[in-house]
Design a protein around this ligand. Structure first.
Ligand code: CA
Ligand code: CA
Length: 384
């Protein structure tokens, strides 16, 4: 059995009996020993103060499990780590049990991110990151990350960010990201989810709600590898909710490119409504973006705006968008969408979004709702 290195080197000398005794003792630290005899040991650290949290993140190594007790934590420096886990000895940062944990950036210096992960094989789950003076949660050039059931809200720039080259095989599941707003930029930058300025394949976003942000719901600006986004809702973005007299937020639901990247993102079974610009747009990405079974409803511009690239749209539904259902260029492929000839627009079962804003299900998945559903397997988002 291999035992962790670094500050946990002393554990090499512990017998299993001693480790079990430690695990049941005081001090908030226990050693969990794997039972298969082959993979690395884990070291569990339970924290209940900001200082303990800062130290635990700083010292995290492969196999570390940081459990955060209920409460609100106010870091005074960015929670940052460059440590790598491995596929069999991940680094985990999570709420203890089902406890409610808020990590609040309101005591950070101006311009600081609240959290910055630069390593591989992290699992971060069941935590809220809010009130950062800048970005809420930033993942840079990481491999194999799992970011699940997180909330990034009311930060001073984008809520959740994936960035950098070598960003590979990360899963962002059930993210709620809302009311992020960059005051210094008058709202021109703060997106709910930013996957920008980088590359790397295998990244998937699923089950997210990205709403009421100053700029866009999703923004894939200058990300040059294919990203998969499904079962995600973007709504209410780009409105001036901050009484900013020089407001510059844009407010696309799904902004699927820009800055010269030409890449075939995969965007299936999502919904965008009440955004200040388009529901879904290539934003100058000329790649063959694939969009199937998405719904755009009541956005202030087009439901689907793909004027210059080679996007392939099928079985999408656009209803009530103020500047038309779609605007498609000559290189776009469009079939079986409700704007295509011969396709009947089905009736929406509900246009009341209340349930969509409500509490998630106990496992973190999207709330059950009939909002924007059409009861059809042929067209539109299934809204789940
Ligand atoms: Ca913008
Ligand atoms: Ca943006």
């Amino acid at each position: 059995m291999r035992i962790g290195t670094g500050r946990h080197r002393r554990t090499r000398t512990l017998s299993i009996a001693a480790a079990v005794a430690l695990a049941s003792g005081a001090g908030g630290v226990c050693l969990g020993l794997s039972t298969d005899g082959a993979s690395a040991a884990t070291t569990t650290v339970t924290v209940s103060s900001t200082a303990q949290l800062e130290t635990a993140v700083k010292n995290a190594a492969a196999g570390t499990v940081i459990q955060v007790r209920a409460g609100t934590y106010y870091p005074t420096t960015t929670l940052k780590s460059t440590a790598n886990g491995t596929s069999s000895a991940r680094i985990t940062l999570q709420a203890y049990g089902g406890e409610k944990v808020r990590i609040d950036g309101s005591k950070l210096p101006a311009g600081s991110w609240l959290a910055g992960i630069y390593g591989d094989y992290w699992t971060v789950q069941n935590l809220t990151f809010r009130n950062s003076p800048a970005q809420g949660f930033v993942v840079t050039s990481s491999v194999g990350g799992i970011f699940r059931n997180l909330v990034t809200a009311s930060n001073g720039d984008s809520g959740f960010t994936l960035r950098g080259d070598g960003t590979t095989d990360n899963l962002v599941q059930n993210l709620d990201s809302y009311l992020n707003y960059d005051a210094a930029g008058h709202g021109q930058n703060a997106d709910g989810l930013a996957i920008k300025f980088g590359s790397g394949t295998g990244n998937r976003i699923t089950g997210a709600r990205l709403y009421n942000n100053a700029d866009d719901g999703v923004d894939l600006w200058q990300y040059s590898s294919s990203v998969t986004i499904d079962h995600t809702w973007a709504f209410g973005n780009g409105r001036n909710r901050w009484n900013d007299t020089a407001f510059e937020g844009n407010g696309n639901g799904f902004k699927l490119g820009g800055g010269g990247a030409s890449v075939a993102h995969v965007v299936n079974n999502n919904a965008a409504w009440d955004n200040n610009l388009h529901g879904f747009t290539e934003n100058s990405n000329t790649g063959a973006i694939l969009l199937n079974r998405n719904t755009a409803y009541s956005n202030a511009q087009s439901g689907f705006y793909f004027a210059t690239g080679k996007a392939r749209l099928a079985r999408n539904l656009a209803v009530g968008n103020k500047n038309g259902l779609s605007k498609l260029g000559s290189s776009t492929v469009s079939a079986a969408n409700n704007w295509d000839s011969g396709i009947v627009t089905p009736a929406l079962k509900s246009t009341d979004a209340t349930a969509a804003y409500g509490a998630r299900q106990s496992n973190g998945s999207l709330p059950a709702t009939t909002f924007l559903t059409v009861g059809s397997t042929a067209i539109g988002s299934t809204m789940n």
